[in-house]
Design a protein around this ligand. Structure first.
Ligand code: DC
Length: 228
């Protein structure tokens, strides 16, 4: 039996993975790892270098200059340190969402980040969320959940989040971004977003956060019991 438990949560943009994963990790006393933040940090570096999300040559040229550290604050918050600079707040913009999705399609980026993600799960219990956690990063995770919701519901949640942050956005633009990112993340050649064969699908379109957290913890307990 594995020494540490890994809970892999995958799903499309805006399904609420990070909100749920963070809460579940806290309740179980596991480390929460947000892998999207790692891709966002790479995307941020490329944009600083003036490299576009589809510039495969530019991304390849610069990937070795990306030095990422993940530091957990006392609040349990995952801070992203890029070449010594805390960029945690700067990676949460719609532009960085699209940059992250772009760089994530490049094999040099995915290869570069694979060990970093695996190492985080090698020495402790984790709840890790992303797109390919159950399929590629942690294929042996004891618990896999595919968290999804309709594109309209996901766009509406993102829209309200951005509005609450004081950003001047239109629902139509947020919806278009969500659909575009689904397209890009699900149809790329390498490690596309898809539901692992052994994942439980959880559609949270009409569930509250509390209900999803409860459901997820029930799934984890059930799996843990059946694994002895
Ligand atoms: O979860 P997020 O919205 O912060 O992720 C940003 C982008 O990063 C997403 O559009 C696709 C990419 N990503 C990925 O390809 N694989 C992961 N494990 C996590 C994120």
């Amino acid at each position: 039996m594995d020494k540490y438990i890994s809970v892999a949560i995958d799903g499309p943009a805006g399904a609420g993975k990070s909100t749920i994963a963070k809460r579940v990790a806290k309740e179980l006393g596991y480390l929460y790892v947000d892998t999207g933040a790692i891709y966002r940090t790479v995307g941020y570096h490329m944009s600083l270098m003036g490299i576009g999300p589809k510039d495969a040559d530019g991304i390849k040229r610069c990937i070795d200059d990306v030095n990422i550290e993940i530091v957990y604050g006392e609040d349990g918050l995952q801070h992203m340190i890029l070449n010594g600079d805390d960029v945690t707040d700067r990676i949460r913009t719609p532009e960085m969402s699209m940059m992250a999705s772009g760089v994530a399609a490049q094999s040099c980026v995915r290869d570069y980040l694979l060990d970093m993600q695996r190492n985080l799960a090698a020495t402790r219990n984790v709840v890790m969320d992303g797109r390919d956690i159950g399929t590629v990063v942690l294929p042996n995770a004891q618990v896999k959940v595919y968290l999804t919701a309709s594109a309209e519901v996901r766009a509406d949640r993102r829209f309200k989040e951005l509005q609450a942050k004081g950003e001047n956005v239109r629902y139509e633009d947020v919806y278009t971004d969500v659909v575009k990112r689904d397209e890009a993340d699900m149809n790329r050649k390498i490690a596309p977003l898809k539901c692992a064969e052994d994942a439980e699908v959880l559609d949270c379109s009409y569930l509250t956060v509390d209900q999803v957290v409860a459901e997820m913890i029930a799934i984890i307990r059930k799996k843990a019991e059946s694994n002895g």
